[in-house]
Design a protein around this ligand. Structure first.
Ligand SMILES: C[S@@+](CC[C@H](N)C(=O)[O-])C[C@H]1O[C@@H](n2cnc3c(N)ncnc32)[C@H](O)[C@@H]1O
Length: 209
C-alpha cells in the first residue's frame, strides 16, 4: 500500500510545509482537541490518521498524548521518521486494516486533511471501523477543506491527490451514522494560506452505535 501522489511530492512538500500549522487558529484548535482528550483520561492510544510529515503527531506528543502517526505514503512516513525518530509511525490508510493495535483501544483519532482524499462512498465504512475500536466517550477530530453549499460533497482541484470537500453538516451526519455525536466545530474563511473554508469537527463516540 502507498499513496502515489504524496510519495511523488514528499520532499518538496516537506520544504513547502516545514511547520505543523499555517495559522494560529489551527494550532489553537488542535490544542483544544488535545486538552479535551487529556481531560477524558480514556485508556488507549491516539491515532494521527494521515499524519504526513509527522509535525502534528509531534505536537500532540508534546501535549502529553500517547500518539501513533498513521499514513499510507511510504515517502511521507520516511520523512516523518527522519524528523521525529522518537515517535511511532505506521504505514496504513484510514481504514486501519493492517494496523495491529495489540489489543489496545483507541482513545482518540485526529484526521487532518486526510479523509478528504477518500472517495466519499468509503468514508462511512472508515468511520464505522474507528467506532468499533473506540470506547464510549472517545473522541475524533476530522479536519479539511469544506464548502458552504448545504448538503454538498464535491470533488475539488487538489494539487497532490483526488480530494473532496464535505459540507460540515454532511460530515457531522456521516459521523453520527457511524456512532459519533458532535462536540464542536470551527470553520475559518479562506485566507492567504487556504483557498477554501477550513473545517475542524470534533465528535465523541456515543454509548451506542
Ligand atoms: C495534506 S497531508 C496532511 C498531513 C497532516 N495530517 C497535517 O495535518 O499536516 C494529507 C495526508 O493524508 C494522507 N492520505 C492520503 N490518502 C489517505 C488515506 N486513504 N488514508 C489515510 N491518509 C491518507 C497523505 O498520504 C498525506 O500524508
Amino acid at each position: 500500500m502507498t499513496q502515489p501522489g504524496y510519495d511523488a511530492v514528499a520532499e518538496r512538500y516537506s520544504e513547502a510545509f516545514p511547520t505543523p500549522y499555517q495559522t494560529p487558529l489551527e494550532r489553537h484548535v488542535v490544542a483544544a482537541f488535545a486538552d479535551l482528550v487529556r481531560e477524558r483520561t480514556l485508556e488507549g492510544i491516539v491515532l494521527d490518521v494521515g499524519c504526513g510529515l509527522g509535525h502534528v503527531t509531534a505536537d500532540l506528543a508534546g501535549r502529553g498524548l500517547d500518539v501513533v502517526g498513521v499514513d499510507p505514503s511510504r515517502e511521507m512516513l520516511e520523512i516523518a521518521r527522519r524528523n521525529y525518530p522518537e515517535l511511532r509511525f505506521v504505514q496504513d490508510d484510514a481504514q486501519l486494516e493492517s494496523m495491529n493495535l495489540g489489543g489496545q483501544s483507541v482513545a482518540a483519532v485526529l484526521a487532518r486533511c486526510s479523509l478528504i482524499h477518500l472517495p466519499p462512498s468509503d468514508v462511512p465504512n472508515v468511520l464505522a471501523g474507528w467506532a468499533v475500536r473506540m470506547a464510549p466517550g472517545a473522541l475524533v477530530a476530522v479536519a479539511g477543506q469544506t464548502t458552504d453549499s448545504v448538503g454538498e460533497v464535491s470533488e475539488f482541484d487538489h494539487a497532490v491527490a483526488p480530494a473532496w470537500r464535505w459540507h460540515p453538516d454532511r460530515l457531522a451526519e456521516a459521523l453520527s451514522e457511524a456512532g459519533f455525536e458532535e462536540v464542536w466545530r470551527t470553520i475559518s474563511r479562506p485566507d492567504a494560506h487556504h483557498s477554501f473554508p477550513e473545517l475542524h469537527l470534533v465528535a465523541r463516540r456515543r454509548c451506542w452505535v
